[in-house]
Design a protein around this ligand. Structure first.
Ligand code: SF4
Length: 218
């Protein structure tokens, strides 16, 4: 069978914007070459799996791409970063059942390092190619607030010049999108070099999430 990789997910996104239909359709996406080396596409969801009721979802959290654990499980934020996110949500007082979590890019990009599949940052081409899926999720979920986890998600929605370190926790407005708050990606906290850095980044992350909670309950 010939290898086919296009330049956009658009031809693969169905007109029906219901989450179960989108979730099934994404497995057939050939919008870029990442599907070739990933186990499966990882679409967004709420923790309970209750994706049928987007009306109850107030926050959509967008990360970068699935990691090794997510690629195998077929679910977003189930690995170490997901556990840290769950902990931070509890501390910020956010009901996880009202949060839809997804990624900017739906297939895991990696490179081999011995027996390990090492995370590789998705490029601008892949981010652009995958955008129609994110737009379809936004249309289906209609969140009151987007929380971008890390620079890939934030710059994808707010422009390449957006700096999470400078503007994290602030409510941003962007044409045709719900309000956006950007903060750290939990993986960045896990990668902190010292315990001190990890603690201060975690505190900042929780503070930003508290801001998001305040925004959606105001
Ligand atoms: S990463 Fe996105 S655009 Fe590329 S094949 Fe996967 S779903 Fe399609």
């Amino acid at each position: 069978m010939p290898v086919i990789a296009g330049e956009s997910a658009a031809p693969f996104v169905p007109a029906d914007r219901s989450l179960p239909v989108l979730r099934e359709a994404v497995q057939q996406c050939r919008g870029c070459e990442l599907y070739l080396t990933a186990t499966q596409a990882v679409f967004g969801e709420v923790e309970s799996g209750n994706t049928e009721e987007p009306g109850q979802i107030s926050i959509m959290m967008i990360g970068e791409q699935p990691g090794d654990s997510e690629d195998k499980a077929g679910r977003p934020f189930v690995g170490p970063a997901g556990k840290l996110l769950d902990q931070a949500l509890v501390e910020a007082g956010i009901d996880r059942a009202k949060v839809y979590v997804t990624n900017t890019v739906k297939h895991f990009k990696w490179e081999p390092r011995g027996k390990i599949r090492l995370h590789k940052k998705p490029g601008a081409k892949e981010i652009r190619a995958c955008r129609p899926w994110l737009e379809a999720e936004l249309e289906a979920v209609q969140p009151r607030l987007i929380v971008c986890l890390g620079a890939t998600a934030a710059q994808g929605l707010l422009g390449a010049n957006f700096k999470v370190t400078q503007s994290h926790g602030e409510v941003q407005r962007s044409l045709m999108l719900p309000p956006i708050i950007a903060t750290l990606h939990p993986s960045a906290i896990l990668r902190a070099l010292t315990e001190e850095d990890r603690e201060s980044q975690m505190a900042m992350f929780i503070e930003d999430l508290k801001g998001a909670a305040k925004f959606v309950t105001a």
